[in-house]
Write a protein that binds this ligand. Sequence first.
Ligand code: SAM
Ligand code: SF4
Length: 334
Amino acid sequence: MDLPQLPLIDTFGRSHNNLRISVTDRCNIRCFYCMPAENVQFMDRADLLTYEEIERFVRLVVPLGVNKLRLTGGEPLVRKDLHRLVAALAQIDGIEDIGITTNGILLADQAADLYAAGLRRLNVSLDALNAEKFKQITRREGYEKVLEGIAAAEQAGFQQIKINAVSVRGLTEEELIPFGHFARQTGHEVRFIEYMPLDADNAWERDKVLFAQEIIDLISAGIRPLVPVPNSDPRAPAVDYQFDDGIGQIGFIASISRPFCENCNRFRITADGKLRNCLFSLEETDLRGLLRNHAPDEIIQQAVRDSIDAKWEGHEINTARFIQPNRPMYSIGG
Ligand code: SAM
Ligand code: SF4
């Protein structure tokens, strides 16, 4: 019989049950806060973890307490047959929850297969509710495709669809009220994400961050008051609000103005198989090397423990000590 193993608790007492898996750094659009406009140097395909390698890794971290997964990228739906990976992961005993974060462009084609594979939670990133602003942000066409993707996901049976919208000062203010109405009409939670210093162009500035409280004030004044949702999960990165008549939910991932590092339960692997204990960490562990050299299970599990042990208390963005990681968001996996 396998001996029970200690959970992944770091030196600040945080327990890690939530693994984010990037499956590719490729993407079919070019959001300015994430990727360069042109000439992106993508990883060699041979360097990407295979689905079998990802599955082995997940099987190894389940006994350490991991029960929640999210697939991301780059754009996860550009990786061939992603539903195969979802199906394999959904069958692992101990995995209770699998989600995907996608830009939605390929969702219309894949929603039914993903649902059939066992996926139930879908976050679709959409920063604007008009085609022109969408193009300005993503530097590509595709707005209608995202809307078609959301509709296809509803049709396929997804009941938990969240819309992620990055909020940027001087750019997305006029999207706030339309998104408020969208949340009320569709029943999908809209979550505003504060712009973080993870862009490839190194153009992030604190002044460009549109803070959660400003958004709450603007939407409350423009539609009707937003009030905190009672009893929301304190470990979730999003702080949830709802309109005071109970119709429509708005969340905030306020990494800059309300950092949630204190309750962080997440770690991640990049598409090329590096283990990272934080989105902003400056160090990573070469998991792919271990997997490809057929390292024993215990060695891989110890590498995870060592990485979690080395986790910092917080991301330091609000201090002079902050150093932007040399991997932009698309290469880490958001
Ligand atoms: N391509 C998929 C998508 O866009 O949903 C998954 C990967 S993307 C890197 C994951 C999330 O990170 C998206 O919601 C995206 O808007 C967000 N994101 C990317 N760069 C960001 C940044 N600099 N600040 C805040 N959020 C960012
Ligand atoms: Fe692609 Fe997602 Fe990055 Fe936008 S945020 S460029 S969709 S990986």
